[in-house]
Design a protein around this ligand. Structure first.
Ligand code: NAP
Ligand code: MG
Length: 489
């Protein structure tokens, strides 16, 4: 076991009601470093009883007025203090994220941690700007609305962007005056625990943010079923999203779901080819393909197919995975043995269903590292019926299909149950906007890929979920509207 001081700190404990506690059962489980396949540390295995304690703490902080009744400027100040705390420890947090998740250190620092800090700052800015309307009505009435917090929010997050997914949910929920119980993914619990520590040191009152590490089927399910949780915000697989929507029905919890994707990345014949090749590479290989917005279906105009594929394969070949702590590394391992097996299973399916393997498809040898490394993989001549064109693989596996014209590109692009993101590469402004309007996805990029910002809404169409995180839109997820009538007669 690695005895890195960074990971030893709060491991093995839950954060409930402002205190570090063991799980009631006393049980723990290991979190694994995916680049070494070795345990980093032990984490508390929270279950039904612990979730119940955490919900009680969150309810107490909500009802006692410790948080929602605090004046909004003071709440804003505390959220800025959380951002300051994250910023002061950004390098450590990046290292922790890299060890727990396997993503390249540079990306963890420049993207995950940076964006998490910005997210807290952005919603700190909103805290005192959340207010209703005065509505002119016929009659001798004063009618106005108040945007009130929902109550206790359960946040269940995946392992692909651990701290960032926590920030996307915790920051707006707290800005709106809710209290939170956060259940991080079992594979990547460490930065969520550090967030709790930093928030507590920043002065967040006890019970406002609670973190229960544990498994989805136990701790996660207990949170979803708990009768005193008012809302669940979930990011993860469409399969689990369906379970959550069903299980949350008991007390009619509000639910927002950020689910999987199979996003089309469309390159028209008039595109800037070099830029599109760079974009297509990062679209699929960024975060080792473990991104819900991954551009996993590359649709290219048949007239540029050969040139494009040749350049793409060359660039992908330069993306060979390496030790994520090495600053030069651009691609790390997959998250787990299970995920590696899943992705290798899809690669076999691609071959057996007749797709043409252009590059990769095999495990990567990274010196002295027995981790879950896979080479960047590209399949050509993929038809829309093939499994690798339909299902979310969540790995560095690209499916390439060609089209004859823009209409066919859009039709192919929309031929999926998912609708999280899409991109189009073209120099023709009319075609760009036609495609952007016709593609049924929550985000459409033109001549770019993967760009997100805390200020811009993010979420899915179709089976990619509903509700919009980020921007002012996230405030809708964490507030409810009250209409107040005053008789002036
Ligand atoms: P997942 O099962 O959907 O996990 C997401 C979160 O939900 C985790 O915290 C998980 O806990 C929890 N969870 C699981 N079952 C639950 C239940 N019945 N009730 C409440 N919470 C539950 O995703 P995964 O197993 O990590 O990955 C499987 C596949 O999902 C991936 O291969 C990928 O295709 C997809 N995925 C998509 C996204 C995305 O952002 N769209 C993110 C991650 C994964 P545990 O960690 O304990 O399982
Ligand atoms: Mg881990």
């Amino acid at each position: 076991m690695q005895t890195d001081a960074l990971v030893a700190i709060r491991a093995g404990k839950l954060f409930i009601g402002g205190e570090w506690r063991d799980a009631e059962s006393g049980r723990t489980f290991p979190t694994i470093n995916p680049s070494t396949a070795e345990p980093l540390t032990e984490v508390a295995e929270g279950d039904v009883a612990d979730v119940d304690q955490a919900v009680r703490a969150a309810r107490g902080a909500f009802e006692s007025g410790a948080w929602p009744a605090m004046d909004a400027r003071s709440r804003a100040k505390l959220l800025h203090a959380v951002a300051d705390g994250l910023e002061a420890r950004a390098d450590e947090l990046a290292r922790l994220e890299t060890m727990d998740n396997g993503k390249p250190l540079r990306e963890a620092r420049m993207f995950d941690i940076k964006e998490s800090i910005e997210c807290f700052r952005y919603y700190a800015g909103w805290a005192d700007k959340i207010y209703g309307d005065v509505i002119p009505l016929p009659g001798p009435y004063l009618n106005y609305t108040r945007l009130e917090p929902i109550g206790v929010c359960g946040a269940i997050i995946p392992w692909n962007y651990p701290l960032q997914m926590a920030a996307w949910k915790v920051a707006p929920a707290l800005a709106c005056g809710n209290t939170v119980v956060l259940k991080p993914a079992e594979q990547t619990p460490l930065t969520a625990l550090e967030l709790a520590r930093i928030a507590s040191e920043a002065g967040l009152p006890a019970g406002v943010l609670n973190v229960v590490t544990g498994h989805g089927e136990t701790a996660g399910a207990a949170l979803v079923r708990h009768p005193d949780v008012d809302k669940i915000a979930f990011t993860g697989s469409t399969e689990v999203g369906r379970i959550i929507q069903r299980e949350a029905a008991g007390n009619l919890k509000r639910v927002s779901l950020e689910l999987g994707g199979k996003s089309p990345n469309i390159v028209l014949a008039d595109a800037d080819i070099e830029a599109a090749v760079r974009g297509a590479t990062s679209a699929i290989f960024y975060n080792t393909g473990q991104a819900c917005t991954a551009g996993s279906r590359l649709l290219i105009d048949e007239s540029i197919r050969d040139e494009f594929l040749e350049k793409l394969a060359k660039r992908a070949d330069g993306m060979r995975p390496g030790d994520p702590l090495n600053p030069k590394t651009r691609m790390g391992p997959l998250i787990s043995q299970e995920q590696l097996d899943r992705v290798l299973g899809y690669i076999e399916k691609g071959k057996s269903e007749g797709a043409e393997l252009v590059i990769g498809g095999d495990r990567a040898e990274v010196s002295n590292n027995p981790g879950y490394f896979l080479n960047p993989t590209i399949f050509d001549r993929v038809t829309p019926e093939m499994t690798i064109a339909r299902e979310e693989i969540f790995g560095p596996v690209l499916a390439v299909t060609t089209f004859a014209d823009l209409d066919e590109a859009i039709e192919l692009g929309n031929k999926t149950d998912y609708g999280l993101a899409a991109a189009v590469w073209t120099q023709d402004v009319k075609k760009a906007h036609r495609a952007a309007h016709a593609l049924r996805a929550g985000t459409v990029w033109v001549n770019m890929y993967h760009t997100l910002d805390t200020g811009s809404p993010f979420g899915g169409y179709k089976h990619s979920g509903y509700g919009r995180e980020l921007g002012k839109y996230a405030l809708d997820l964490y507030t409810q509207v009250k209409s107040v009538w005053v008789n002036l007669a």
